[in-house]
Design a protein around this ligand. Structure first.
Ligand SMILES: C[S@@+](CC[C@H](N)C(=O)[O-])C[C@H]1O[C@@H](n2cnc3c(N)ncnc32)[C@H](O)[C@@H]1O
Length: 213
């Protein structure tokens, strides 16, 4: 299996330092934190560099990551999590191991979406929560990522973008939902106003979040 993220780990969070990136990631963090369920233990499937694990308030955090490059950087930057090499399709944990499982912009890159989701549910304790974030295929950002993928730009060349309707088909209706980043990739500052304009225009947001039990 090709590692679409090989060589990207060091610079993975650099975009968050740009004005547009800082706006977008702050909006995503607000939407994610609004959906967080209580719990002791969190597993992030496809944890990348651990950006979210550094920000989420759970006493026990486990990071699963298949890319050796992302795993190396994630482990160095996010030592508060226990890092495990592996793929979402075959989680190396017994059933009922976690209160919360987070799958944030990862389904786009897995080989088998259904298997990844059923594995995430298997390792949740009874009554635990599955949080899934996707890059909306029908958003202006989805259009950009699709074009980049067609041009062969990694990781988009290997991505399969999903919609919220795809998630509903796979998981049923969520108990709660969140959205963030309505502005378009070419938006100019002030970004708050551009975001409000994107919302008024009926843009789908770049990020859709759902929570399931
Ligand atoms: C866009 S990044 C998101 C990283 C992190 N969740 C975040 O939001 O910062 C996608 C991550 O999914 C990982 N990934 C790719 N295929 C995977 C698979 N089959 N199982 C689990 N993770 C996978 C990639 O290596 C990469 O780190």
């Amino acid at each position: 299996m090709e590692d679409l993220f090989a060589g990207m780990a060091e610079g993975y969070e650099a975009w968050y330092e740009t004005p547009l990136g800082a706006f977008a990631i702050a909006e995503e963090e607000r939407a994610l934190k609004a959906l967080l369920p209580p719990g002791e233990s969190l597993l992030e499937v496809g944890a990348g560099t651990g950006y979210w694990l550094r920000r989420l308030p759970y006493p026990r955090k486990v990071a699963l990551e298949p890319s050796p490059d992302m795993l190396r950087v994630g482990r160095a930057r996010t030592p508060e999590a226990a890092w495990v090499a592996g793929r979402g399709e075959a989680l190396p944990f017994p059933e009922g191991s976690f209160d919360v499982v987070l799958v944030f912009t990862v389904l786009e890159f897995v080989e088998d979406v259904g298997k990844t989701l059923s594995e995430a549910r298997r390792v949740l304790r009874r009554g635990g929560s599955l949080l899934v974030g996707i890059l909306e295929a029908l958003s202006p950002w989805g259009a950009l990522y699709r074009r980049l993928g067609e041009e062969g730009v990694k990781p988009w060349s290997g991505a399969r973008l999903l919609t919220r309707e795809d998630l509903r088909r796979l998981l049923g209706p969520p108990e709660a939902e969140g959205e963030a980043v309505f502005l378009a990739p070419e938006a100019r500052p002030p970004f708050g106003e551009a975001d409000a304009a994107g919302r008024r225009a009926g843009n789908r947001p770049a990020l859709y979040l759902g929570r399931w039990r």
